[in-house]
Ligand binder design. Sequence first.
Ligand code: NAD
Ligand code: AHE
Ligand code: ZN
Length: 368
Amino acid sequence: MKTRAAVAFEAKKPLEIVELDLEGPKAGEVLVEIMATGICHTDAYTLDGLDSEGIFPSVLGHEGAGIVREVGPGVTSVQPGDHVIPLYTPECRQCKSCLSGKTNLCTAIRATQGKGLMPDGTTRFSYKGQPIYHYMGCSTFSNFTVLPEIAVAKIRTDAPFDKACYVGCGVTTGVGAVVNTAQVQVGDNVVVFGLGGIGLNVIQGAKMAGADMIVGVDINPSKKEWGEKFGMTHFVNPKETADVVAHLVELTDGGADYSFDCTGNTDVMRQALECCHRGWGTSVIIGVAEAGKEISTRPFQLVTGRNWRGTAFGGAKGRTDVPKIVDWYMNGKIQIDPMITHVMKLDKINDAFDLMHAGESIRSVVVY
Ligand code: NAD
Ligand code: AHE
Ligand code: ZN
């Protein structure tokens, strides 16, 4: 079949809207009509050529929601008409990682996914006879996409696609980092670096978990008002603060119980660790750093009891947890609507990247 898609032909170039050829689902795969997709900073990072796994030409996008239109042989868990969210972290429930119960990082298809391929080692997309690669196993910047059955979460049919798509990455990552990875407890003090599409979800997760102080840190002063909408109690602008770490340690009476990096900047990651409380504070890295960057600190920071952790997709097990997070939204436990600042059609998708780089959007969503 044909599908309209925004294709990343080359790094650092705008996406091009073209009609691609799409092969139907093979065994264990499903064809999904994407109804809406968010644009996450990770898409921008890959398009900017900063991802060591970036492959071109490809169809980016990993934060979508849509409807199953066709299933391949052997598919049993979803059927045509089901509403689904594509999962860049699948859940096969059979691999060593899934069976361990210790991680959400399913390994069933990670090797091919990282090469822009379906599990059988081929692509379903092509343009003028040449292969176009998949991205993070999702490729939601195409109106239709093919996904492995284990990489879709079935959600309720009354959830609006233009909001539910955000659960495909930003909401789950931010809220999940708090409730699954850090397991913030009532009364904890939390510091969040970077109040964008992820950081604001960390804030609302911390509020939901009953955190006491929720300190937001951002170099963009307009983020103060944004943080306050979701439960931030204090705001720090590093551009107006001589020693950010010392200031945060004093503000939190000795340091954060939990801090979160939602910037992808390795210098900020160090600050996030070092503002944690001596003896027990834990810093969770969410931000994705550009290829070649490394983190550092004095080992003494760890010797004296600070913990450095990371999280992918908020530690969420996609097929199990994503439908629950959609329920939290539908039941009013978490907010999504105010964070979706811009909605556009596919032909304006490059505007979403410009808005993000200018710090003018929280989330842009493309509606097909
Ligand atoms: P975003 O662009 O919406 O937000 C980034 C925020 O960081 C902005 O508000 C910006 O002003 C702020 N910032 C930049 N430099 C800063 C600094 N030096 N100090 C303080 N604040 C600073 O991006 P996003 O969509 O929220 O994504 C945030 C990061 O999380 C990205 O690196 C993205 O790739 C990553 N991410 C990771 C996961 C995961 O599973 N681990 C999932 C989604 C996104
Ligand atoms: N490909 C990069 C790493 C990118 C990365 O860390 N991705 C996160 C999700 S970001 C979503 O917006 C992730 O899930 N990582 C775990 C995984 O298995 O990819 C690189 O450095 O090569
Ligand atoms: Zn993302």
